[in-house]
Write a protein that binds this ligand. Structure first.
Ligand code: FES
Ligand SMILES: [Fe+2]
Length: 343
């Protein structure tokens, strides 16, 4: 479905900030539920789930895995330890020592070698004493691990990575949250762009879905995804209008590309990683969201210099949205798991 729009972006974002002329109160905005057809979202989800992942799972922010310290995580029910070798490369493998099962996440790393703190078994990342490494990948923003047994798909050399802005001119921040749901619930939330201005009125206003994957969009990216015209709220009536396109390049990732407006070229990648089950047997899923912000505005060079300050702010913005979006995903899981999901 495509609807016509004017030019809400002005002269290609030269004056990014707009004042909303006649702000519509929340309760008087156009309801979106008729357009947000459950079948449309379900079909988009089904298409996403049919795409190959190569068995790669996002573990977290690459910068959180620092030299000299191991990082432990349970991913898809598999205990995983990650660390950096002497060259700074990412290494990964089972989190239990092959000798008597010590938790390797608590073992020290010396000169890039992980040394078990129970009896001193040393792992340099290569197979040893029955310990078989997992392929790991650092894409510059996120750390990934490949779990072939858990994934059960044809393995691939590298994870499916969305196009990102040039890291030299971008600022990246990573937010992580955990909820009681499955990755599908997180992906389904992201493939419902219609909830934005209703559910997150503190962040989004004037949202129109201008293209759905069924429709004939202006280009391939739009034909494949949901295109949305939306304004980010800055303060009071001040907003930044953008056009964003949502696509799912693989079954656990939804990417939002900013196509027009301030920050054109920026991406927000939402990755859903199954962790395991809690004590009550309910699934736990991590949401790892990478915001890679780009801008061709000269002021952005200043913003890059301020990246250490900006990162926590970008994380906090994502954190607020994800508190609500995780509630949506958890609710979806609760209804699904009790046979009460509509449609
Ligand atoms: S348990 Fe690790 S060396 Fe013994
Ligand atoms: Fe949302």
């Amino acid at each position: 479905m495509t609807v016509g729009t004017g030019d809400p972006f002005g002269k290609r974002g030269r004056y990014p900030l707009r004042l909303r002329r006649n702000p519509v109160p929340w309760e008087r905005q156009r309801p979106t539920w008729r357009e947000a057809k459950p079948g449309l979202i379900a079909d988009a989800l089904k298409r996403a789930l049919a795409r190959p992942s190569g068995n790669w799972y996002v573990v977290g922010a690459a910068r959180d895995i620092r030299p000299g310290r191991p990082h432990g995580r349970t991913v898809a029910g598999t205990e995983v330890v990650l660390w950096r070798d002497a060259e700074g490369r990412l290494r990964a493998g089972p989190g239990a020592c092959p000798h008597l099962g010590a938790p390797l996440k608590d073992s020290p790393v010396r000169c890039g070698t992980l040394i078990c703190h129970w009896h001193g078994l040393a792992l340099d990342g290569e197979p040893f004493a029955g310990w078989e490494p997992f392929p790991a990948y650092d894409d510059g923003v996120l750390a990934w691990v490949r779990l072939d047994r858990a994934g059960g798909e044809e393995p691939s050399e590298r994870p499916v990575l969305p196009a990102r802005p040039d890291p030299a001119t971008a600022v990246a921040a990573v937010y992580t949250g955990v909820g009681t749901c499955e990755p599908d619930d997180v992906v389904a939330n992201r493939l419902d762009p219609w909830h934005g201005a209703w559910f997150h009125p503190y962040s989004f206003v004037d949202l129109t879905v201008v293209n759905t994957p069924e429709g004939e969009g202006a280009d391939a990216a739009e034909r494949d995804g949901f295109a949305v015209d939306v304004s980010f709220k800055v303060a009071g009536r001040a907003v930044v209008p953008v056009r964003a396109v949502f696509t799912a390049p693989e079954p656990r990732t939804v990417v939002m590309h900013i196509m027009e407006g301030e920050g054109r070229g920026s991406v927000v990648e939402t990755h859903a990683t199954p962790l395991g089950t809690d004590a009550r047997g309910r699934p736990r899923t991590a949401v790892v969201e990478a915001v890679v912000a780009a801008s061709d505005r000269p002021g952005f060079a200043v913003a890059r210099a301020a990246a250490p300050v900006l990162r926590p702010l970008m994380r906090a913005a994502a954190g607020r949205l994800w508190r609500d979006d995780l509630a949506y995903a958890e609710r979806r899981w609760t209804l699904r798991s009790t046979g009460r999901f509509p449609g």
